[in-house]
Design a binder for this molecule. Structure first.
Ligand code: PEP
Ligand code: CO
Length: 456
């Protein structure tokens, strides 16, 4: 890894700062320009969080997803929090994602590529730049990389030192994730045992007894054949990748480095970066920035995205049509998928882009409950997935991935699921700093539902 970028990339007018000549949506107005410059300089001098070879390896794994030979599970917080940061919460989130992955691996019969919304997911796009309560107007909360959610003027003022704090929290998080996934915690035998506990301890879990028993039988079969579950590297360790929305561009620019071996530019803030529904403007700063880095990229697409627009984004972000480079994450809302998705799949296919198709069944299904909580219904989440699988089956394209917001904590943020959380329960443990997340049991429940959908 070499030093600070600024030179031109060989093939275009792209530089790490060329985004600055384009309109950049969803950026805070940093009140202290000198503090922002200091933060950028500090970040530019810090070690990268991820390296080029990792970004390439994840692209290879996603290429297998694009070919229909693997499945993507991308999951984690809506917004990571500076306050709720502990080893336990990282462990519990990882645990749920690993549990979901085992179920999906068995059902799909293909490897599951595990990507966390973690170690960098600290910034949020907002529908309105202003929040109003009882006649008081303040700047919206934009994630802990920018400001704090407390409703007072000081807390809401964008503070550039948070960019550096976010980097350090991301580094500590990634360090623990690497230790857990390479140090035995992620061993298949453990994960399977956690799933069995889920099946035994909940009434909903019992629905999945059959699949859990089949996995159990498969593991016994492997052991009988002399495959030691503790000895095989592939059963004892796993790869776990990081991702976040590349929203706050000064942070991303300062962590972009040139690979000294190839000259490629790599966004070293995370393995996979995505562009959100609100910032994916073709001529905007976010698309410009992402077009020049070699990381695998995600693009969020709502039901209003047009086929022309989506093909143009594919062309702009992946002109070379590299399998694994692009993951199109649709978040259309239950009831909209059958109408909006087929034309996108057909247009992208006709244009020859080898994309991964993933479904985010969360962001199109958000509403505010009567008692004022932003929430989502478990049934709408499953409903959108059902529609999404049906469209892919009908068009013969591979339903490649699931993108969800979840936590390992026992929160009450989404309605329904195994414990039938009702509107009156939402206030009990509603701790998200942004969107409502599935709790651990709802997440496992969803994984078993998706397992059934994968099996057709
Ligand atoms: C998100 O993933 O948290 C998000 C804001 O998504 P979208 O851009 O799809 O609205
Ligand atoms: Co969200």
């Amino acid at each position: 890894m070499a030093t600070r970028p600024r030179q031109k990339s060989p093939s275009s007018g792209w530089t790490t700062s060329s985004w600055r000549t384009r309109p950049a949506a969803q950026q805070p107005e940093w009140p202290d320009a000198a503090a922002l410059k200091d933060a950028e300089a500090a970040l530019a001098g810090l070690p990268p969080l991820v390296i080029a070879s990792e970004a390439r390896r994840l692209t290879q794994e996603l290429a297998a997803v694009a070919r229909g030979e693997a499945f993507l599970l991308q999951a984690g917080d809506c917004a990571e929090s500076f306050h709720e940061f502990s080893a336990d919460s990282i462990r519990d989130k990882l645990k749920v994602i690993l549990q979901m992955a085992v179920t999906l691996t068995y059902a799909a019969g293909v490897p599951v590529v595990k990507v966390g919304r973690i170690a960098g997911q600290f910034a949020k796009p907002r529908t309105s730049p202003i929040e109003r309560h009882d006649g008081v107007e303040l700047e919206a909360f934009r994630g802990h990389m920018v400001n704090d959610e407390a409703f007072d003027q000081d807390a809401r003022r964008p503070d550039a030192t948070r960019l550096v704090a976010a980097y350090h929290q991301a580094a500590a998080t990634l360090n623990l994730l690497r230790a857990f996934t390479k140090g035995g915690f992620a061993a298949l035998s453990h994960v399977h045992q956690w799933n069995q506990e889920f099946v035994a301890s909940s009434s909903e879990g019992r629905r999945y007894e059959r699949i859990a028993k089949e996995i159990d039988r498969a593991l016994r079969f492997m052991a009988a054949c002399g495959i030691g579950l503790q000895d095989e590297e592939g059963l004892r360790e796993t790869d776990f990748w990081t991702s976040h929305e590349a929203l706050i561009l000064p942070y991303e620019e300062a962590l972009t480095r040139r690979d000294s071996l190839t000259g490629d530019w790599v966004a070293c803030s995370g393995h996979l970066l995505w562009v959100g529904e609100r910032t994916r403007h073709l001529d905007g700063a976010h698309v410009e920035f992402l077009s020049g880095v070699i990381n695998p990229l995600g693009v969020k697409l709502s039901a209003t995205a047009s086929p022309q627009e989506v093909v143009a984004l594919c062309e702009r972000l992946d002109p070379a049509r590299t399998p694994g480079r692009l993951t199109l994450i649709t978040r259309m809302g239950a009831g909209n998928v059958g109408r909006s998705l087929p034309a996108l799949i057909e247009a992208v296919r006709a244009a020859g882009h080898p994309v991964v198709w993933a479904c985010d069944p969360m962001h199109g299904n958000t509403f505010t409950s009567d008692n004022g909580h932003k929430t989502r219904r478990f049934d709408d989440i499953v409903g959108e997935l059902r529609e999404w699988f049906a469209v892919h089956r009908a068009l013969g394209s591979w339903p490649g991935g699931l993108h969800v917001e979840l936590t390992g904590d026992n929160v009450t943020e989404c309605l329904g699921g195994a414990e039938a959380i009702g509107e009156g329960d939402l206030g009990q443990r509603y701790t998200t700093t942004c969107d409502p997340r599935l709790n651990a049991r709802q997440s496992l429940d969803l994984a078993f539902d998706v397992a059934e959908l994968l099996r057709g």
